[in-house]
Design a binder for this molecule. Structure first.
Ligand code: CTP
Length: 411
């Protein structure tokens, strides 16, 4: 799965405690550990005795966990006789993935009869729980009640997902995708300075069909918009994404409207814009759409029907979504645009800022390494409606997104 939109560098040095209980999906917690460690987060872990039947402590050590607990009373005394309190004193967030019905019951009822349940009982920070169990166990009245209790007390639930489970049954009970659990942990570690804001993000390319199998498009990956959407959600905003074709999977807390064409993107964005406090148009919208061949847009044009003549393609102008939103912008709404330029970056960006009634424009060069389409990084110049201009060095797009939201607090 593409995780480029979740690779934020700003969590360096944060501390997370990872609990692993007895489920066939326990091996997936190693992938969660990798994602956290790759983000420079310091991870300690506790495996219950059932968890250790599925996965070994050595794997967690090998993949970078700073401490791995397996029992409350080790045969050989450790340097830390208060390990059952360490997460409550040191960790910024506590995640249990997978979480069995048993650990949910213990947490709901304050049972502390092993290392993990004792650490969880003592912990006062954000607790993220990703259940995994047989669908009948998940549906059992006792588990429903326990789940309600832990969520009411502030626990953050991720999943479970529906589908086939290891025992052959089908239903709700699968561990959620690891990327969703990872995103929930990052959200728990993030400030909530966009709480209460409704944010609309357009992203990705559009595809303008010519016939049934051919279309006009561009190489936009949608990464910049995906980073903006995810970081806004992590910082507390309600986020609606209108996405052209991209490969990103968004956390379930983000509402995604998939579209193909510029016209579809305009319709979706126009419906969502009135309720938005901030709209951020990052999409690489095709400015033109082809007029379908005489055989029609629903059919595949056959070469043999052409004889020796090559078809010439006529283009029609597409709507400018950002300009349309700018024209209907009400007092108090903030509109952010992007500008992809090969020449006269500053002048072009200034023009677009004024013409499209923007509050902020983020301009970058296309066709240079380290910036623009399909790149994980971007070197941007940011201009706001007050005339302020800032030039940022080449940064990961996740970092650019984070800084844009920082900047907006002072606009
Ligand atoms: N945009 C849009 N709808 C379009 C074209 C652009 O919403 N049909 C938005 C983009 O999402 C971006 C901004 O307008 O936020 C600028 O897009 P860009 O491609 O840089 O410029 P254009 O306005 O299309 O002008 P040009 O292609 O002439 O540079």
């Amino acid at each position: 799965m593409n995780t480029a939109h979740l690779r934020f560098p700003c969590f360096l040095g944060r501390r997370v405690h990872l609990g692993v209980t007895g489920s066939i999906s326990a091996y997936k917690s190693l992938e969660l550990l990798r994602l956290l460690v790759d983000s420079q987060i310091s991870v300690s872990a506790t495996l219950t005795s059932s968890g250790q039947r599925f996965i070994g402590a050595e794997s967690f050590q090998a993949l970078g966990a700073v401490a791995v607990h397996t029992t409350m009373f080790p045969d050989v005394p450790t340097d830390d006789p208060f390990a059952h309190l360490t997460p409550s004193r040191a960790a910024d967030a506590f995640v249990i993935a997978p979480a069995t019905a048993n650990i949910l019951a213990k947490i709901a009822h304050g049972i502390a009869d092993d290392m993990l349940s004792t650490q969880a009982l003592a912990f006062r920070g954000p607790l993220i729980l990703a259940p995994a169990m047989n669908p009948a166990m998940w549906a059992a009245p006792a588990t429903r009640e326990n789940w309600r209790t832990v969520l009411e007390r502030g626990g953050v639930g991720v999943g479970p997902a529906a589908g086939a489970v290891a025992c052959g049954d089908t239903g709700e009970g699968r561990l959620s995708p690891v990327e969703h659990i990872f995103a929930a942990v990052l959200r728990a570690l993030s400030p909530k300075d966009l709480l209460g804001r409704n944010i609309l993000v357009t992203l990705g390319p559009t595809r303008e069909p010519w016939d049934a199998v051919r279309f006009l498009s561009n190489p936009s990956s949608g990464l910049m918009g995906a980073c903006l959407a995810v970081s806004a959600w992590m910082r507390g905003a309600t986020v609606n994404v209108v996405a052209g074709p991209t490969s990103f999977d968004f956390p379930p807390g983000i509402t995604v409207t998939p579209v193909n064409t510029a016209q579809e993107m305009l319709t979706a964005a126009s419906e969502l814009f009135p309720a938005a406090d901030i709209a951020c148009c990052t999409a690489a919208v095709c400015d033109f759409r082809p007029v379908p061949p005489a055989s029609g847009a629903e059919r595949k044009l056959k070469k043999r029907d052409l004889g020796s003549c090559l078809p010439s393609i006529e283009l029609l102008a597409n709507p400018d979504i950002l300009r349309t939103l700018g024209a209907t912008k009400r007092h108090g709404q903030t509109l952010i645009g992007f500008a992809a330029e090969t020449d006269d970056l500053l002048a072009q960006a200034k023009l677009k800022l004024a013409e499209k009634h923007l509050d902020l424009i983020v301009a970058n060069r296309v066709g240079v390494p380290g910036s623009g389409f399909e790149s994980a990084t971007n070197a941007v110049t940011v201009l706001d409606r007050t005339g302020r201009v800032e030039q940022w060095p080449e940064l990961p797009k996740t970092e650019v997104a984070w800084r844009i939201w920082d900047l907006l607090q002072h606009l």
